[in-house]
Design a protein. Structure first.
Length: 272
């Protein structure tokens, strides 16, 4: 089975690529480099507060993130393994990306964190599946963990592996995993566990395919949730998430959630 992996230049996604390569040596890895917006660009587009928040996040990343990433991912986040055939690109839909995928002829393409793929890329393999940080269809789009916390919905946070289609995060689901939230969690710690769980789900799915099993896919009812756009998490709401993290409000959210029931998800062996 030939496998290709398309990721964003982001430590959890690099971990994802390396773990997949350990089990199924990749025919191709494509890394979409980050297009840094920068302080002044962020300030111009979304205001001074957002620019300042971005600058603070960059400082935290430099000072703390290497330790945190090593805690969750060992040494697998630092860069692609040397024997992975890597193509770096500014544009995941570039002609060179399509050409290299066509040459590799993968049976499966795994996607983690890239920009939206155009149809010719998604049509370049029999199966293209994506790791989505969120439980679809309830939480689709961007910042799903933050939105679940803002919605006081901590029991419905997790990861979805789904087919890539025109409906962003709306394709048929192969498997999902809920991630339990603890009182001392942060968005960062929750998301790091989501990436680890999602990687294990992807590996289990590849093992099933390798053993000749047909994957069962469950169609999404998109009316059961909503799509969250990047612009919707305003600086004011982002600061509200930080207050939830830092002021003990997460304990209150866990004790008095807006929704006490765990919504149905698609587990690897069938519905939960």
């Amino acid at each position: 089975m030939k496998v290709a992996c398309l990721i964003r230049e982001y430590p959890p996604a690099i971990y994802f690529l390396n773990r997949i390569h350990d089990a199924h040596p990749l025919s191709l890895g494509v890394v979409e480099r980050n297009r840094a917006e920068g302080f002044f660009g962020a300030m111009k587009k979304r205001g001074v507060a957002h620019g300042v928040d971005l600058a603070k996040a960059k400082i935290r990343e430099v000072l703390r993130m290497p330790r945190d990433y090593s805690l969750y991912f060992g040494n697998k986040w630092r860069g692609p393994e040397k024997d992975v055939p890597i193509l770096e690109t500014e544009n995941i839909n570039a002609d060179e990306v399509y050409r290299r995928i066509a040459e590799a002829k993968p049976d499966v393409i795994l996607v983690c964190g890239t920009s939206v793929l155009r149809e010719r890329i998604t049509a370049a393999a029999p199966l293209v599946i994506n790791l989505h940080v969120g439980l679809s269809p309830y939480y689709r789009g961007m910042y799903c963990t933050q939105w679940a916390l803002l919605n006081r919905d901590p029991h419905n946070i997790g990861v979805t592996i789904h087919k890539v289609t025109r409906d962003i995060d709306g394709g048929d689901i192969a498997a999902q995993k809920r991630v339990e939230v603890t009182p001392d969690d942060t968005v960062h710690s929750i998301n790091m566990r989501i990436y680890r769980e999602g990687t294990e789900l992807a590996l289990a799915l590849l093992k099933k395919i390798d053993n000749g099993w047909n994957l069962g896919f469950t169609a999404q009812d998109l009316t059961l949730g909503r799509f969250y756009y990047i612009r919707e998490l305003t600086p004011r709401l982002a600061r509200k998430v930080k207050r939830i993290e830092r002021s003990g409000l997460l304990v209150e959210v866990l004790e008095n959630p807006s929704r006490k029931d765990k919504l149905p998800i698609v587990e690897l062996g069938g519905k939960e």
